[in-house]
Write a protein that binds this ligand. Structure first.
Ligand code: FNR
Length: 340
């Protein structure tokens, strides 16, 4: 694929931003259903991916990367092929390349997390620790750009100084990446702090690859507000994290849906892909968000211990029953085929 073509995939798009625990398969598929152009995985650390085993899960129709104890680290399926961007956590070029090579046949791009301010990332030399290590940034991105067949991008936070932020973005552009995601907060700023839209705008004006603006969720609940954020930052594209986590239908052209509808659609995907219960609970609670005291189902969801309980709480018993029945049928077909 030409460099231009690789970059155009990130141009004029609205995307689901990477979020640990939130961006597993059900949320990604939901975002695509509602109209997101691209969806990021949660950050997955290169070391973890390297010890995973790739497994074709015939029963669910997915490809799984699992650890020896069966933990699913990355689950993907045909419905998101060409739309899913895999986000890597890394501090080392060779390791990043080896990990990315394991999944590149399944994804539309590989993104490097250069913005995570969590202690775990910083101590490991990953995430925002990379923002001040130019040589490492260069070697990781150049190695990935040269070694992979899919487009490579990275997602940064801004530096305290606007000119230094622009200089970093230019250095990143020089490695041959296809686009750059910019969250308009510094490593030490939190989500309550204002997003530095002017820093993103300065980057947009300084580089020629697509800039993906991020950090605007507080003021975004529909696509016209996404467009205002894009115009304000003069970026090519926008990626949404919290706005999508709270109400994934923010991506809908016809306007967002009531959160209960979104929650139920999320659960149907969680059932369909046998999503981990704790992960499902986390996402359900994020969707309920600030309405915990308004609905009785919220408290029940807090103590739910199985997908069946979620089906009971949210009156989705029939949906879950059909899914389980079809899975059982499939299981019988598979074992008959094996036997024959
Ligand atoms: C995040 N963020 C994040 N960023 C990233 O690059 N990789 C990740 O895995 C995560 N994980 C994550 C989890 C959760 C629960 C949240 C809320 C956020 C940061 C996120 O992608 C984004 O940069 C910020 O949330 C700001 O954008 P919004 O929320 O204003 O759209």
């Amino acid at each position: 694929m030409s460099k231009e073509k690789q970059s155009s995939q990130y141009s004029g798009k609205v995307m689901l931003a990477p979020m640990v625990r939130v961006c597993s398969l059900p949320m990604r598929l939901l975002a695509l259903d509602y109209g997101a152009d691209l969806v990021y995985t949660e950050e997955i650390i290169d070391r973890k991916l390297l010890i995973c085993h790739e497994y074709k899960n015939e029963l669910l129709g997915t490809i799984d990367f699992t650890m020896s104890d069966g933990t699913v680290v990355f689950r993907t399926c045909a419905a998101e092929r060409g739309k899913v961007i895999f986000q890597l956590g890394t501090s080392d070029a060779k390791r990043a390349l080896a990990a990315a090579k394991k999944i590149q046949h399944l994804v539309a791009g590989v993104d490097v997390n250069m913005g995570c301010p969590k202690e775990f990332s910083i101590k490991g030399g990953m995430g925002a620790a990379l923002l001040t290590q130019q040589d490492k940034v260069k070697s990781i991105l150049t190695t990935l750009v040269n070694g992979l067949d899919v487009p490579v991008t990275c997602k940064i936070r801004v530096l305290p100084d606007i000119q230094e932020t622009v200089a970093l973005a230019k250095l990143i552009e020089s490695t041959g990446v296809s686009a750059i995601g910019v969250h308009g907060r510094t490593k030490s700023e939190r989500s309550r702090d204002p997003n530095r839209d002017d820093y993103i705008k300065a980057v947009s004006n300084a580089v020629s690859i697509p800039v993906i603006a991020n950090g605007g969720s507080k003021n975004i609940s529909n696509l016209s507000e996404v467009e205002s954020f894009r115009l304000n930052t003069e970026a090519s594209s926008v990626m949404l994290a919290r706005a999508a986590m709270w109400n994934c239908s923010v991506f809908r052209r016809d306007g967002p849906l009531p959160f209960i509808d979104v929650l139920k659609s999320y659960l149907r995907y969680a059932f369909l892909y046998d999503n981990n219960v704790m992960n499902t609970k986390y996402c359900v609670l994020q969707i309920i968000h600030d309405k915990m005291t308004e609905i009785p189902e919220a408290d029940f969801s807090l103590s739910a211990k199985s997908l069946q309980e979620f089906a009971d709480i949210w009156h989705l018993q029939e949906d879950y029953r059909v899914i389980l029945h079809e899975r059982q049928q499939k299981e019988m077909e598979l074992s008959a085929a094996e036997g024959g």
